[in-house]
Design a protein around this ligand. Structure first.
Ligand code: GAR
Length: 197
C-alpha cells in the first residue's frame, strides 16, 4: 500500500477525487496526511475523510529556506512513499526536493512544457490557443520543469472562460492523477527511472 502525503493550497477538488478513489479497498494507495502552505479550503477534507492535516504558512517564516525546513519537518514523520502536489502553489525549496525526490509528483493544468507556472489556464486563454491540456510530472527544482509522466490534450472552446476551461481540465487531471498513483503503486511507472531518462 502506497502511503501519500498530499500538499494543497486551494479548494482541493483534485485531492477529493483521489480520496474517493482511495476509499476503494482495491486501490493501492492511501492518503496519510494533508498539508497546506496557507489556510486552504481543502484542509476541511481532513475532517471529512478523517485524515490528519498540517499547515505551514509561508508568511510565518523569514524566507523560503526556513519555510521549507518547517514543511519538511511536518512531512517527515509520515514517512510517505509519495508526496503529491495537488494544487500546491509554491515552489518547493531545493532541500525539500532533495529529501523527498524523486518521489514527488505534481499535477498541472496545461500540456507542459506549454504554460508553466501559477496561471496556466489564464495564460492559455490569453495566448489564443485552440487546445491546452493536463500533465502529471515529477517535481524537480524548476517551475513545472520535471519529467512528464503523463499528459493529455484538451480543446479550448471559443466561449471558454478561465473557469469553464479549468473545470474541464480538472476532470482530466483527476483521472490522470488517480491513474498515475495507481501506476506508481503497481510499478508500471518508476519515478527513479523517469528521472534518469
Ligand atoms: C489544479 O488544476 C492544479 O493542476 C493546479 O491548481 C488546481 C488545483 O485545484 N495547480 C497548478 O496550477 C500548479 N502550478 P483544486 O485545489 O481544486 O484541486
Amino acid at each position: 500500500m502506497l502511503e501519500l502525503v498530499v500538499l494543497i493550497s486551494g479548494a482541493g477538488s483534485n485531492l477529493r477525487a483521489l480520496l474517493r478513489a482511495a476509499q476503494d479497498a482495491e486501490y493501492p494507495a492511501r492518503v496519510v496526511a494533508i498539508g497546506a502552505d496557507r489556510d486552504a479550503e481543502g484542509l476541511a477534507l481532513g475532517e471529512e475523510f478523517s485524515i490528519p492535516t498540517f499547515q505551514v504558512s509561508y508568511g510565518n517564516f523569514a524566507g523560503r529556506a526556513s519555510w521549507g525546513a518547517a514543511l519538511a519537518d511536518q512531512i517527515r514523520p509520515w514517512t510517505p512513499d509519495l508526496l503529491v502536489l495537488s494544487g500546491f502553489m509554491r515552489l518547493l525549496p531545493h532541500d525539500v526536493v532533495a529529501e523527498f525526490g524523486p518521489h514527488i509528483i505534481n499535477t498541472h493544468p496545461a500540456y507542459l512544457p506549454e504554460f508553466p507556472g501559477a496561471h496556466a489556464v489564464r495564460d492559455a486563454i490569453a495566448a489564443g490557443v485552440t487546445e491546452t491540456g493536463a500533465s502529471v510530472i515529477v517535481v524537480d527544482d524548476g517551475v513545472d520543469s520535471g519529467p512528464i509522466l503523463v499528459q493529455e490534450r484538451i480543446p479550448v472552446e471559443p466561449h471558454d472562460s478561465e473557469s469553464t476551461l479549468h473545470d474541464r481540465i480538472k476532470h482530466v487531471e483527476r483521472r490522470l492523477l488517480i491513474q498515475t498513483v495507481l501506476d506508481i503503486a503497481n510499478g508500471t511507472v518508476d519515478l527513479k527511472e523517469a528521472t534518469r531518462a
